[in-house]
Design a protein around this ligand. Sequence first.
Ligand SMILES: NC(=O)C1=CN([C@@H]2O[C@H](COP(=O)(O)OP(=O)(O)OC[C@H]3O[C@@H](n4cnc5c(N)ncnc54)[C@H](O)[C@@H]3O)[C@@H](O)[C@H]2O)C=CC1
Ligand SMILES: O=C(O)C(=O)[C@H](O)COP(=O)(O)O
Length: 372
Amino acid sequence: MKIFYDENIPYAKEFFSDFGELVPFAGRELTAEQVKEADVLLVRSITQVNEQLLHLNTTLKFVGTATIGFDHIDQAYLQQRGIVFTNAPGCNAISVAEYVLSALMVLVERLNVNLITKTVGIVGAGNTGTRLSEKLEALGINYLLCDPILKKAGDSRKFCSLDEIRKCDIISLHVPITKNNKHSTFHMFDQLVLAELSNKQILINACRGEVIDNQALLQLKKNNKGPHLVLDVWENEPNILTELIPYCQLTTAHIAGYSLEGKSRGTEMLYQALSKLLNKPVEMQLGKILPKAEITCKNQLSDNILDIVKQRIFDVYDVRRDDEIFREQLNIKSFDYLRKNYPVRREFSALELSAQQCWSETLKNLGFNVKS
Ligand SMILES: NC(=O)C1=CN([C@@H]2O[C@H](COP(=O)(O)OP(=O)(O)OC[C@H]3O[C@@H](n4cnc5c(N)ncnc54)[C@H](O)[C@@H]3O)[C@@H](O)[C@H]2O)C=CC1
Ligand SMILES: O=C(O)C(=O)[C@H](O)COP(=O)(O)O
């Protein structure tokens, strides 16, 4: 069996060697000729999987993307060919939620904001939106959820409209990119919507770049208007609108979901799905492969709970590191290079803390590994 896998899939060898011959490929460069003998194709979000790629292949049985997003997959075509498809729902939801939290902690400092008095509007209450809401709840920060699809499906949580979200102090986007349906998200934040936002609000996009009209955003910012921006994702990646970068408070190369755990969970989920398809026992576990984290905790300088939480968050992940790399290196290295060579980042759960302090419960609820 020939298993073609994107070279950026972590632990592919560990998980898939027993299934057959492994053939790595560069995500944006895979051709129909190369993949024509594949039995299994494992991709990440940058490989377009469609008829154009697969028309020479007659052997493919399984396509897996080690990501939650599947806008790069022509599912109807795969179905028509009888090829089993799976994505990796939730694999990186914690990672994105921790990215957002780290960004909020930076902006609290920089803009002198009292988070406890603010409301965060979460658009999309799926895996990531939910993880984020849980972390905000742990901190006692008010939030609103907008997800008309889950509301209609009978989700018992309280939902609000997008109009209400637009009035929130902080808006964080966690929707898939969709076009031509009732709940399309393409340019959900277009010129008209963006123009309504004030320069006191914060807009965070860590889902898909096309949810915000980037040109309209740039024009607004050039006119000294519009919200504070945290942008992880961009229209037309990897050829992004670099003019927007100086107008962002924080800006990164689509790495919100790139914790080691987040990326590797995607691999593990594909391994589980392929094992099921081939009736093989699930013998490998990510927990046994992941290295022990090396995280240094800085001394906490305050007894204020939010300051303590902020320090522990930055100990594990300070988004300013990625923002600096992006601003300094994007002229020299490509967008894809920065993603491919992303430094190791761990999730809060990788930091073991003792439960002696009164704020331990808060840290535990945020996802830190608190031992009693
Ligand atoms: N920056 C990054 O590294 C990452 C980006 N993503 C992106 O974030 C998106 C969300 O991720 P997950 O929460 O894991 O996906 P998910 O599929 O679990 O949740 C998405 C939610 O959005 C809702 N939704 C769809 N259209 C909507 C609309 N018009 N208004 C409000 N809600 C709507 C859906 O009902 C669903 O509950 C992914 O589709 C992906 O494109 C995901 C992971 C990492
Ligand atoms: O899971 C998703 O959806 C994402 O956006 C991933 O973080 C994308 O990562 P790559 O597949 O582009 O490495």
